[in-house]
Design a protein around this ligand. Sequence first.
Ligand code: C2E
Ligand code: CA
Ligand code: CA
Length: 387
Amino acid sequence: MLEHLNREVYAAGEVIFHAGDTGDSAYIVEDGSVEVCVNTPDGEQVVKQIGKGELFGEIALIDHKPRTATVRVREKAVLIPIHRKLVGELLEKTDPIVRHLLLLVMERFRGNGTPARNPASATESALDLTQRNKLRGEATQKLAMAHDITRALNKDEFALYYQPICDLGSGKIAGFEALIRWHHPDKGTISPLDFLWLAEHTGQIRDIGLWTLERACRDWPTLRRQTEHAAPFVSVNMSASQLTGEGFVEAVSGILNRHSMPSRELKLELTETVIINNPEQALGLLGRLTELNIRLALDDYGTGYSGLDSLQRYPIATMKIDRAFISNMQSSAHSREIVTSSINLAHSLGMDVIAEGIETGEAHEALLGLNCNYGQGWHFGRPAALH
Ligand code: C2E
Ligand code: CA
Ligand code: CA
């Protein structure tokens, strides 16, 4: 059964690890319980019981030193191992001061082989019990979910849904936006907003991003048959952290080749965060993508910083006006004004425009009147699995 993959089952009495072993994993207790035994320098043994939903072996996630405790199973236990690789990147991205403090505390905790009496107390002594439990609970939950994401990638639990993008003049489908869904074996379908933020923190977004591109290119011949447009495209979302990973352009180019996909028909949607995070690096990267003939779209236009500078300086072919302005157009003169001036600005810079979130015929008409090129929204079709 899927939900039992990547779990380890231990019988009562089994030792998970000994003090002195090298450690590279922590464990979440899904069921049963274990006892953590620490020998203090004065020969005393401190034993702590760890039960369902709790985490142990966590220090190995942070330093690379031998285990300070022996952990033995009390009653038959189901454990989810969390490998150091999973948090390595999180730690790298942590504020340097926090990281330094964490390592310092860890050093003290390990200092002269003198573990604190309570295996967990050194890092947490400054917090009261409620705060401590809350922090532990949140961290444990996140780790479990990150572990789940890895399994989802390996077990093909992600799916791409496609939403049509229509030419407002002719009403024909011009392209599709690929939107990820997670068909979780226990939790049902999970929206991207509920797991991508964590994948970004752990760096798993890069593998997800490559999977998404691979899948969209694989599906493209089927999707393409649903359009008669002169310049059809499939649009794939890219978050800032996946773009800045090493070898991204090469990976994209490899995927296009493998699927014999014309690069002109792939659009990458990015937000201003990519540019704001590192303007110079973005200029180089976006330039290399357009050299491959890939078109770029600026997503969620209007919600962020929206410097005119980014529109002019970067090779962006398409502006996507955020749904918030489109859905308010009918009721708010302010939104209408923003939409009108954004369309005019984009056109004056040689870009085409997609309006997001068109839910009604009136919105369609109004945008057509403003010379908007394309539209996307429930009025034209919801995101759906490939058929
Ligand atoms: P987004 O890029 O702005 O995508 C448009 C979102 O608006 C989608 O939500 C879509 O289902 C929804 N939508 C489309 N038309 C309408 C409409 O007429 N009315 C309303 N109320 N909503 C509409 P979804 O699929 O939940 O995706 C949410 C966000 O998650 C996306 O926002 C995007 O930022 C991110 N995302 C989705 N798939 C991926 C992916 O494969 N990779 C990355 N990096 N991000 C993704
Ligand atoms: Ca998008
Ligand atoms: Ca958007």
